[in-house]
Design a binder for this molecule. Structure first.
Ligand code: BGP
Length: 469
């Protein structure tokens, strides 16, 4: 069906501070866990920042933001999703007073977006817990994190809450199940972490998220707060009911996070799995009240791929932070993530049917190795594979809109090349804008428009109509 997107639909791009800002120690910034994670999620952290960590410089957005935002504006962005680096605002994380120079950077960034008429969307915490909080408190395992996060969130709402409408509390909050250090700032190695510690950390994050929602509304009732989940449709490998049940259980693991954010209480299936694992959560009366009274305005999610599940058998595969059983019907990216545009329509319908809250697709994209070529004397990348991924996924968003799903916007992951979260490489590129920086740290940091730059600009200008050309 030819589908023009609503005029109010917000088109744009999304990034995270630790993957693109650089300036890791600029203007009083403290260290974050990412400053000691040079090799991505699977490798143990280093003792201190090392020069092979590409995130220390990132793509130097900290100093080049004006040039980059002008390029986003040229593509016609209506929205830009970025995160605040927590350790720029509270360098250790547990101090009373914020770092003014850190706050001032985001004032400048917001000024620039405003000058171009681009709406900001802020992720309060995107995989960049202050290192001190990770090392001293074991991150979210410790209940005191709720207070530190509340102070940080209040500082942001007070400073920017009159000019930023859309806020996300935690990036891919369900990813803590699989990547406790990156997602939850938990210093205890994953293999040593008990289920009780992990689920208590999850509870603390959920309470902190609801609490931030309350604070936001106190400061400005116009603010819209969303949760952000890693969306992963999971299909049964066969029609065997045992496989379907395995899918239901795997789905529940992820859906629990949205259920709590939208419904304000833990679902029965979640309580059952805790009981079976012998986990007794410490939940206070005030925690329950906080969760119940401060549910979200919208649900946002990342979508890259789908997986299969089976009671037994199948070939294991890895993907965006979580793995599962490989789907024999789908192709995969160079990093093995299985490409499934239809899965986006499926997950949008599932979320809308389940929660009835407006949706926001805040990440979707293709990481690929790009080759820089010269066209008419200008360096560019002929990234037809990225264009195909974008087109095929947006066509499915159009289908979901036709299905009646209320979706407010779409922000492509990494509209400019950034450092990969999972592998810490620069060669895993998502951008419409190429950044001249390589995995060994070499490169001029110059920006070049890829072929997809013009393609996305046309999609935005035509409200999606050009997808059908
Ligand atoms: C999501 C994260 C992002 C981002 C993206 C792509 O899980 O929210 O931070 O990086 O995936 O993943 P990667 O960079 O590992 O390719």
């Amino acid at each position: 069906m030819t589908q023009r997107f609503p005029d109010s639909f917000l088109w744009g791009g999304a990034v995270a501070a630790n993957q693109y800002e650089g300036g890791y120690d600029a203007d009083g910034k403290g260290l974050s866990i990412q400053d000691v994670m040079p090799r991505g999620i699977m490798a143990p952290p280093s003792d201190e920042p090392t020069s092979d960590n590409l995130k220390l410089v990132g793509i130097d957005f900290y100093h080049r933001y004006a040039e980059d935002i002008a390029l986003f504006a040229e593509m016609g962005f209506g929205i830009f999703r970025f995160s605040v680096a927590w350790s720029r605002i509270f360098p250790r994380g547990d101090e009373e007073t914020p770092n003014e120079a850190g706050l001032a950077f985001y004032d400048r960034l917001l000024d620039e977006l405003e000058a171009h008429g681009i709406e900001p969307m802020i992720t309060i915490s995107h995989y960049e817990t202050p290192l001190h909080l990770a090392r001293t408190y074991d991150g979210w395992v410790d209940r005191r994190m709720i207070g530190f996060y509340e102070r940080y969130a209040r500082t942001l709402f007070e400073r920017y809450g009159h000019r930023v409408k859309y806020w996300l509390t935690f990036n891919e909050i369900n990813s803590v199940l699989h990547a406790p250090l990156m997602s939850g700032g938990i210093w205890t190695p994953k293999e040593e972490l008990s289920p009780s510690q992990l689920y208590q950390a999850i509870h603390h994050e959920l309470v902190a998220s609801a609490s931030a929602t309350r604070i936001a509304r106190e400061i400005n009732p116009e603010i819209q707060v969303g949760c952000m989940v890693l969306a992963m449709p999971i299909y049964p490998l066969t029609p065997d009911p045992a496989d379907v049940l395995a899918v239901m259980k795997a789905d529940h693991e992820n859906l629990a996070f949205g259920d709590v954010h939208v419904r304000g209480a833990y679902p029965g299936y979640f309580l059952r799995s805790l009981a079976e694992a012998g986990v007794e959560l410490e939940i206070t009366e005030s925690d329950r009240e906080t969760l119940a009274k401060n549910t979200v305005d919208f649900v946002s999610f990342s979508y890259y791929m789908s997986l299969c599940e089976a009671a037994s058998g199948g070939v294991r595969t890895e993907g965006n932070i979580m793995g599962g059983v490989q789907n024999p019907t789908l192709p995969a990216s160079e990093w093995g993530w299985q490409i499934d545009p239809t899965g986006l329509r499926i997950v949008m319908n599932q979320f809308w049917d389940r929660w009835g809250k407006p949706l926001f697709i805040v990440e979707n994209g293709l990481g690929a190795r790009d080759v820089l070529v010269e066209r008419d004397g200008t360096p560019t990348v002929e990234d037809d594979y990225r264009i195909a991924y974008l087109r095929d996924h947006l066509l499915q968003v159009g289908e979901a809109i036709a299905d009646g799903v209320d979706v407010r916007g779409y922000t492509w992951w990494g509209p400019i090349d950034v450092v990969s979260a999972s592998t810490a490489q620069l060669s895993k590129r998502y951008g419409f804008i190429y950044v001249d920086r390589n995995d060994d740290g070499s490169g001029t940091l110059a920006r070049h428009k890829k072929k997809s730059f013009g393609y996305y600009a046309d999609v935005i200008a035509s409200h999606g109509a050009s997808l059908h050309d």
